[in-house]
Design a protein around this ligand. Sequence first.
Ligand SMILES: [Zn+2]
Length: 364
Amino acid sequence: MHPRPALVYDPAMAAYDLGPAHPLKPERFTLAVELMRAYGLVAEEDPRAPLELVRPARPASDDELALVHDRAYLETVRAASADPARFAWRTERGIGPGDTPAAPGLHDAAALIAGGTVEALARVLDAAPGSRSTRAFAPAGGLHHAHRDRAAGFCVYNDPAVAIAVALRDRPGTRIAYRDIDAHHGDGVPEAVYDSPDVLTISVHESGRFLFPGTGAASETGAGAGAGFSVNVPLSPPAGAGEYAEAFDRAVAPALASFRPHALVAQCGADAHVDDPLTHLGLTLPAMRDLYRRVIGLAEEHAGGRLLCTGGGGYGTYSVVPRAWTLLAAELAEITLDERLPESWRALSSALSGTAAPLTLSGE
Ligand SMILES: [Zn+2]
């Protein structure tokens, strides 16, 4: 069995809560962690549990966030956390009415999530193969739409971009590959490294002609020294497992093979599922599990096994995302779970959603 992958998580990350009517709900990852617990994949202080539960030591610092974001933007986020009412009717740097509303404690929660992703990537890069796991999963992370100077698409701090920037700062000469399987183009990450030859970004997503944020055309390939280090594969809906597999074989695997990264960061947003209310792609849970296996295989083949998976979007909050990310955690730990969902988790999920929870882990 593979050494225990880290599940980097702190319950305080659930304070990244944009309000009861907002589609991006913290339950997407809190219920995922509860399902992993119910299956026995993680347990506090249990060295036999398949995944090691790691609480990040600290939030990302201002200096770390400022590798990707303007310092003036950090001050705007702090203001939106301390006085959300000021942003109730007016948008400042992307925070306000619309996609990314102000909320109490937003800075602290977003910085904690970013700190978790930073720590998870450092663990992956520092792990000696065979001893500590070269795999980690940060389910609250993956907020890939945040830009240098503004929030966008529910995202305040771009934790994958910050983690990659910290890794490059602390380990000169490191090459990182970023693979985004969220249904949306993960615009903020390639934007942050668009002129860098040290980071290869690869995104397969629903075409910007149909879906936010509108970018991610195949012609977006990087600039300057980074020319050729941004790969985009837009899919026209209703794309399903076949199109994803074809994109993988045609574009993703060859790009990684020639880049030879030191680690692979995979944003594993779960909104490409056929039941997702915001997108129009056609993946089933078994197809998503197949995608996770392919991502793990890529890391093993081309990145020395070093793999950080983050969460991301996912709007089938109760029925889809917790099951998808539990399947991912099981794949990382190389464990096969019982298809029948634990009754304790079904009761919790039903109580929170007000609808009957699914019966099985990967069925409809
Ligand atoms: Zn998304």
